[in-house]
Design a protein around this ligand. Structure first.
Ligand SMILES: Cc1ncc(COP(=O)(O)O)c(C=O)c1O
Length: 356
């Protein structure tokens, strides 16, 4: 089976972990600081703050932006559940709006319509490594005085008109094992705002600035130096990884004819965390998945149930109808696009998809 994702674990990653083990200093320390410095450079921002996961990054990034009880945050339902959960963790309410069927991302026109006096922030999710229409979202945020917390968990290295994911609002990244840059588990917050950065640093470490003096209620969301060492080794290869993903996606787009392939608009640099095809509404997606799996192709369905249709979420947000997201949830299939695919793998995938 060609796996849908495959973490790259090379000699550099192994050696980096062994060095941390040999040092005897396993918790957050100098490797984490170095990883934060390098990550900030990659995103072109002043600060990067490492955490335990993308989920905890989103959670404290929202808190640091002043989001809490009684607030509303407008977001997409077509995402991993952590985006919406992080809003709930702060005491705020997610308000789901529909997406653009071409990009799979939040539709700015729907965002504008959903604003109420309680709206405090917009959380765009750069799904599959493809950035949202940030100029339109920024204009709405400026007009209404809203914060932007970018869920860039899938989008390290992606750009929108030359601006990096995570450099526009407060950015949040996941370093989960299957991400384009991984650390096993981990998260990162990026910002140019000194006050937000300081608050995130305090929130991840029990509200401390000075050891054992606690200025606020905080968490233990600290990254270990073991994870940071892996992440640092991975960052060295980010450009190479991204170039390979782009070449794989371009090959698929030139060869796949049987289904709807993902298109990229001018001005966007996609990093292809996922390469996601759509069977059209008349075809049975689950049968197509079965056929691909039987041909030895690993697949993913991201995501079969949009956030607004998860049972516990409905109880909180009430029933909402979002037809585009609901339709796409029935049509999407993600194919392997990771950097470790060989030309033979690509050809097997194209042949199997064209058989659908
Ligand atoms: C869009 C999105 N948001 C949030 C997360 C949460 O990140 P983590 O799994 O590192 O907590 C993920 C990770 O899968 C994600 O893909």
């Amino acid at each position: 089976m060609i796996p849908v994702s495959k973490p790259f674990i090379g000699e550099a990653e192994k050696q980096a972990v062994m060095e941390v083990l040999d040092s005897g200093m396993l918790a957050q320390g100098p490797r984490t600081a170095k990883f934060e410095e390098r990550f900030a450079q990659v995103c072109g921002v002043k600060h990067a703050i490492a955490t335990t996961s993308g989920t905890t990054a989103l959670h404290i990034a929202l808190l640091a932006n002043g989001i809490g009880e009684g607030d509303e945050v407008i977001t997409t339902p077509f995402t991993f559940i952590a985006s919406a959960n992080s809003i709930l963790f702060t005491g705020a309410k997610p308000v789901f709006v529909d997406i653009d069927p071409e990009t799979f991302n939040i539709d700015p026109a729907q965002v504008a319509k959903a604003i109420t006096p309680r709206t405090k922030a917009i959380m765009p999710v750069h799904l599959y490594g493809y950035m949202c229409d940030m100029d339109a979202l920024q204009a709405i945020a400026d007009q209404h005085g809203l914060k932007i917390v970018e869920d860039a968990c899938q989008a390290i290295g992606a750009k929108y008109h030359g601006k990096a994911a995570g450099s526009i609002g407060t950015g949040c990244f996941s370093l989960y094992a299957t991400k384009n840059v991984m650390a096993g588990e981990g998260g990162m917050i990026t910002t140019n705002d000194d006050a937000v950065a300081e608050k995130c640093r305090m929130l991840r470490n029990h509200g401390m600035k000075r050891r054992y003096y606690h200025d606020m209620l905080g968490f233990n969301f600290r990254m270990t130096d073991l994870c940071a060492a892996i992440g640092l080794a991975q960052l060295d290869r980010l450009e190479e990884f991204t170039a390979k993903r782009r070449a794989n996606a371009a090959y698929f787009n030139s060869k796949i004819e049987s289904v709807i392939t993902p298109k990229v608009k001018a001005g966007y640099d996609h990093v292809w965390h996922q390469y996601t095809i759509r069977v059209d509404g008349r075809r049975d997606r689950d049968a197509a998945v079965k056929q691909l799996n039987e041909a030895g192709i690993g697949t993913g369905v991201f995501y079969p149930v949009p956030a607004h249709q998860q049972e516990y979420m409905c109880e909180i947000t009430g029933e909402v109808k979002l037809p585009v997201a609901e339709q796409l949830a029935k049509e999407v299939i993600s194919l392997p696009v990771h950097p470790q695919l060989s030309q033979a793998d690509l050809d097997v995938i194209v042949a199997a998809v064209n058989q659908l």
